[in-house]
Each structure stands twice: as structure tokens, then as C-alpha cells.
Ligand binder design. Structure first.
Ligand SMILES: C[S@@+](CC[C@H](N)C(=O)[O-])C[C@H]1O[C@@H](n2cnc3c(N)ncnc32)[C@H](O)[C@@H]1O
Length: 338
């Protein structure tokens, strides 16, 4: 698989309401309710765009329980029923509403300590190799769900409740937080293949940590960019299945930050375009983060880090136009000729 593969243009339906006929609810023994696909869903389709039943901010379980009780009382009976029917992995505890909430809640944004629960999105089960992605769209004040690969009728819509961790870390987290033993296709791989997947995922975790080191960004941007390139190769080996993943969008944005910090507008514009394309698939054209990436692709100098260093100074117009794919990637990732 080429690491340079351009992302297919998503058949997204931004601006259009998601089609409620795309899926139905079914009960699967041992798993509970699930969303099952009725008609083929192309890559990038917005499957759901849902308002939370309510949101609450993380505090003590006791205070959360009181807040949820108040908010539940204010809801229509049908919405109350929807919340009360959600799975609770913490039954028998002192604060039952908090238990149901933390089993199902999704954060309202990546760093937010406010989270929401949803009548339909909270019925989506987990897979370590999911076919869809949820995201809080702050402009719409709704949670969206997009197909991150084509999904066929009869297939269950799944999202990933964990990060891209090795199986031993995923299992421990899922057991503790949700009370189940994951039996997804990835976790059921024969031992030898699972070991290879775990090795790749360990590498993803280490590279992610290295790329997040702000000192490296300033002191050795070449090494930071090489780590992004390596991460792209490992992510494609481990996760590429004809679709996309938010990890791709993130790593391309990391590459934007590294290059623009050192004044390289040419490369930053290409990386921003790729981050934008990955975001369109995962979050939709109207997500604020997608629009932000589009803005950097148009004008990389609008990034707050631009001008910190002139080490790799270039203009956007200096993106080479006459290189073959391989040569272009070597230029983009600053791969030194041996
Ligand atoms: C957010 S709910 C998903 C909807 C749930 N199936 C229901 O009936 O309400 C999360 C719970 O679903 C179940 N679940 C989700 N993914 C699963 C999986 N891959 N294997 C087994 N159970 C799973 C677990 O009980 C988990 O705590």
C-alpha cells in the first residue's frame, strides 16, 4: 500500500440532513442494542447529526447525579425513557444516573470536561477496527457520526471507545470502563498477527509521544517531521482499510505545525490540505476543525506559530509542480538523498 495514496473524495452529505433509513436498531446477544446498516453507506457519509439529550460537567459523582436528576426532570417523558434505557456498567453503585452517564457519555470537544448523552449515538458499539467516527461539532452544538470506510448492508456501525493502543491496554480499559471483553475482528486475530498489530500500535503510541514533544519541534524539526512520516507509514500498515481515520488528520496537522513553525509555507500548505481532506471524511465539511485546516491550506502564514523561526523559510508558491509521486513525497517529508 502506498503511503502517499490520495484520500478518495468523500461522498459526504454535508449540508444535507442524514438519512434516517440508513440504519435500524437490532439486539445482538451478549452485546445489546446495535445500529445495523440497511443500505450501502459510502465513505465520508454523515450518518447521524444528533443533539444531546442533556450535557453535564464532570465533578464528583454525587454532584453529577444531582445535576442529571434535575436535567432529567426537565426532559420530555420520551427523552427520559431514552436515557433510562441506556446501558449502565456501574449498577449497584450509589449514584445510578452517574453510572449510566459515564458508561455512555461523549465529550463535547477534545479537551472539554462537559459531556453529553444521545438517544441514538449511545447505541453504537465498540470495535478496535471501527467503520465510523463521532465528533462534537461546536458550531452545530451536535455530535456527528461519519463513515470512515464504506459500510455494507447487514454490517454493524461501530466506533472506537479507546485510543490506538495495543490489545492488552485496550482490553484493560474496556473491561474497567465498560465491563466487556472485546471480541472484535482485530482482537480475534490469530496470536501471531495480533502480536504484529500490537507491535505497530506500540510504535504508534511512542511516535505520537515523540511528535507531541514541544522541545523537539523547536530543537530538531527534522527528527519531528521524520517521526510524522514514520507514523504515517505505520498508521497505513495498521489501519488503512480503504477509508480514513482521525489519526491521519492529526498527524498531518502535526506536520503543519512543525513546518510552519520554521517558516516553510510550501510544505505546510500541502500538509494542511491533507489534514483538511482527512477531516472532511471523519468530521464533515462544516466542522470548525475542518474549516480551520482549509484556512491553513489557503494561507499557512495565518497559523499562530508562523514566524517563530526562519530555518526552512519558503513561500506557498514554491510547492514543486513537476515532480513524480515518489519525488514529491521525498521533497514533502524532507527525505535526504543517500
Ligand atoms: C454505549 S453502550 C452501546 C449500546 C449498548 N449495546 C446498549 O444496548 O445500550 C456501551 C455498552 O455496550 C456493550 N458493548 C459495546 N461494544 C461492545 C463490544 N464490542 N463487545 C461487547 N459488548 C459491547 C457494553 O456493554 C458497553 O458497556
Amino acid at each position: 500500500m502506498s503511503t502517499t495514496a490520495a484520500l478518495p473524495t468523500p461522498a459526504g452529505v454535508s449540508g444535507k440532513e442524514p438519512d434516517p433509513q440508513l440504519h435500524r436498531i437490532e439486539t445482538i446477544p451478549g452485546i445489546g442494542r446495535a445500529l445495523i446498516v440497511c443500505t450501502p453507506i459510502p465513505l465520508g457519509t454523515r450518518i447521524l447529526c444528533e443533539k444531546p439529550l442533556f450535557t453535564t460537567t464532570s465533578t464528583s459523582y454525587k454532584v453529577m447525579n444531582a445535576d442529571i436528576t434535575k436535567k432529567l426532570r426537565a426532559l420530555p417523558v420520551e427523552s427520559q425513557r431514552q436515557f433510562l434505557s441506556l446501558h449502565n456498567n456501574f449498577t449497584g453503585t450509589l449514584y445510578p444516573f452517574t453510572g449510566t452517564f459515564i458508561t455512555n457519555a461523549l465529550p463535547c470537544g477534545p479537551d472539554s470536561d462537559t459531556a453529553g448523552v444521545y438517544a441514538t449515538i449511545c447505541l453504537i458499539n465498540h470495535s478496535c477496527s471501527p467503520n465510523a467516527h463521532t465528533n462534537w461539532n461546536n458550531a452545530l452544538q451536535k455530535e456527528t457520526l461519519h463513515a470512515t470506510r464504506p459500510i455494507v448492508p447487514g454490517e454493524q456501525i461501530t466506533i472506537c471507545y479507546t485510543q490506538t493502543w495495543p490489545s492488552y491496554d485496550r482490553r484493560a480499559y474496556l473491561k474497567h470502563q465498560f465491563g466487556f471483553d472485546c471480541a472484535c475482528t482485530l482482537c480475534q486475530l490469530p496470536a501471531v498477527l495480533l502480536k504484529r498489530s500490537d507491535a505497530r500500535r506500540s510504535e504508534i503510541v511512542s511516535l505520537d509521544k515523540l511528535i507531541g514533544d514541544a522541545n523537539l519541534l523547536m530543537s530538531n524539526p527534522q527528527e519531528a517531521l521524520a517521526a510524522c512520516h514514520k507514523l504515517l507509514i505505520v498508521v497505513n500498515e495498521e489501519l488503512w482499510d480503504g477509508g480514513s481515520t482521525p489519526l491521519l488528520a492529526r498527524l498531518y496537522y502535526d506536520a503543519v505545525q512543525i513546518t510552519i513553525t520554521h517558516g516553510d509555507q510550501a510544505r505546510a500548505s500541502v500538509f494542511a490540505q491533507r489534514a483538511y481532506e482527512a477531516r472532511v471524511v471523519c468530521d464533515g465539511e462544516d466542522s470548525p476543525e475542518t474549516e480551520r485546516m482549509k484556512g491553513f491550506a489557503r494561507d499557512p502564514s495565518s497559523h499562530k506559530n508562523f514566524g517563530s523561526s526562519k530555518k526552512w523559510k519558503s513561500k506557498k508558491a514554491q510547492v514543486p509542480k513537476d515532480l513524480g509521486d515518489e519525488e514529491f513525497e521525498a521533497w514533502l517529508w524532507r527525505v535526504e538523498k543517500r
